[in-house]
Design a protein around this ligand. Structure first.
Ligand SMILES: Cc1cc2nc3c(=O)[nH]c(=O)nc-3n(C[C@H](O)[C@H](O)[C@H](O)COP(=O)(O)OP(=O)(O)OC[C@H]3O[C@@H](n4cnc5c(N)ncnc54)[C@H](O)[C@@H]3O)c2cc1C
Length: 465
């Protein structure tokens, strides 16, 4: 279907990139053959490291001429197989396009290249008393380009929204090699179709993002985290809607179920705070100063206590807050220590129905006799359902996993949910997209793809075939 990268194509690629920015030896492909999805490797035939949009444009024109596939790759932390070169071909790694171009304090905006690590961006703007809210738990490792491609969210989505709410401009190279510049340092812009909106969340299938302009906010003057243990999962989740109903919008409301608490306890090998709880909530409050934030403590505690909370820990220094978040941030590593193969799902349901959904997940776990840990963003209804292979045989796992996933997705859809809140469909969820998206919608998406990429060379094998 696609042409292999042969010596003729390699020669043409070496006319675009210097030799130190081309990897063509198979033994060096390992790092570019996987993302954070367990157990799947797809090997590229060549990897290139562009430094400019013009280089990418030339590569895309070459790919259209010779018909080889091209897969964009940020930092490879994806959880849907989006950066896997499933048909081989060329991987474009953005790791060398990692410069912050300009911090514009007059417009409260920042212009940067896609390879900048999200956590570095946050530290940089915070040093200038500014704030970039989207905070995927992988922020120390993922890239801002990957965040745009997946429309990454994070705990703070409940108050501040997701990546799409902060992008005001971007440059991208189209699959056919045109360099396009959208938006700018503009607060509003309705000139033509909203192509920025289309590119964000397109999972690297419609264009290669090469430059980004983000809007920033003033940094909150005070931030405080509360850790609250509950005797039942249902109690913990009922607090979430109750807090919102009282018109309090914390910057995050995260939850951990019993399996997640146990996994973290085992991972760090020493007692953890409130380890006997059936569920914990981490509630973060932020505001202009300590007084404006503290006024909500009591209201929140009253709601929590009414719903079965039996204690509370408050962290408002940098050190205490880091300690409080430690468990939440390393949950995936904790689960992987228990079972090297973990299937990570990220369904999203109306936040008022999380408890009902997780009850269904527990029933599915017991039906298939499989260990499932649930944690996630209770404030925005995004539940990370983690299915552990543990000691199951490969045959049983391969046979049952698709059935388990299908049941989980159907349970979410039945109560108004969707199969992905932030990780995307990518390679690993494309067989399930028709559960929640109609054929008419898929056909429309395919026609959009066709308009952008008539030769189907950019990131093929993702979202839908
Ligand atoms: C421990 C852990 C915690 C996580 N927590 C969260 C979370 O809280 N919220 C969340 O949303 N996600 C989370 N993720 C998932 C992941 O970190 C995000 O999807 C992130 O946005 C991926 O960024 P990346 O740079 O690693 O992209 P990659 O994995 O390299 O690529 C992801 C997709 O983006 C495309 N892409 C990358 N760069 C570009 C570009 N410049 N132009 C066009 N397409 C591009 C790729 O082709 C691919 O389809 C987590 C992952 C891990 C391992």
């Amino acid at each position: 279907m696609y042409r292999k990268i042969d010596s003729e194509i390699l020669q043409k690629i070496s006319e675009i990139f210097p030799s130190e920015r081309i990897v063509s030896e198979r033994e060096r492909f390992e790092d570019y053959s996987h993302d954070e999805v367990s157990g799947i490797n797809c090997y590229p035939e060549v990897v290139v490291f562009p430094e400019t949009s013009e280089e990418i444009s030339k590569l895309m024109k070459l790919a259209n001429k010779y018909l080889f596939p091209v897969t964009p790759r940020g930092a490879g932390t994806g959880l849907s197989g989006g950066a896997l070169p499933v048909y081989g071909g060329c991987v474009i790694s953005f790791e060398r396009m990692n410069k912050i171009i300009e911090l514009d304090e007059e417009n409260l905006m920042i212009e940067l290249e896609p390879g900048v690590i999200t956590g570095e961006l946050q530290k940089y703007v915070e040093a200038h008393d500014l704030f970039y809210p989207p905070d995927p738990a992988s922020l120390d490792n993922c890239s801002i380009g990957g965040n745009l491609a997946e429309c990454a969210g994070g705990p703070r989505a409940v108050k501040y929204g997701t990546t799409k709410d902060y992008v005001v401009g971007l440059e991208f190279v189209s699959p056919t090699g045109e360099i396009c510049s959208l938006g700018g340092k503009l607060v509003k812009d309705v000139t033509g179709y909203n192509l920025i909106g289309l590119l964000i969340g397109s999972e690297g299938t419609l264009g290669l993002i090469t430059r980004i302009i983000l809007r920033l906010l003033p940094k909150p003057g005070f931030v405080s985290d509360l850790l609250v243990p509950f005797k039942t999962f249902k109690d913990a989740i009922s607090v979430v809607s109750e807090i919102i109903r009282h018109k309090i919008i914390p910057s995050t409301i995260e939850f951990l179920d019993r399996e997640s608490i146990l996994a973290y306890r085992e991972y760090i090998g020493k007692p953890v705070q409130f380890e006997d709880a059936s569920a914990q909530l981490i509630i973060q409050l932020d505001g202009v100063n300590k007084e404006s934030t503290e006024e909500y403590y009591e209201k929140i505690w009253n709601i929590c206590e009414k719903h079965g909370a039996y204690d509370i820990a408050v962290a408002d220094t940098q050190q205490d807050r880091a300690r409080l978040w430690e468990g939440r941030r390393c949950l995936l590593d904790s689960l992987k220590a228990l079972s090297p193969i973990v299937d990570v799902e990220d369904v999203v349901v109306p936040r008022s129905r999380i408890s009902e959904f997780v009850e269904e997940v527990y029933k599915i776990a017991s039906e298939f006799n499989v260990r499932i840990a649930n944690f996630g963003h209770a404030g925005d209804g995004n539940v990370h359902v983690n299915i552990l292979k543990a000691a199951k045989s490969t045959e049983e796992w391969d046979e049952n996993l698709p059935l388990i996933k299908k049941k989980i997705f159907k349970a979410a859809i039945a109560i108004g949910g969707e199969i992905s809140g932030e990780h995307g469909i990518g390679y690993v969820k494309k067989d399930y997209i028709l559960l929640s998206t109609s054929e008419a919608e898929i056909k429309l998406m395919m026609r959009i793809k066709q308009a952008f990429d008539p030769n189907k060379i950019l990131n093929p094998g993702k979202i839908f075939e």
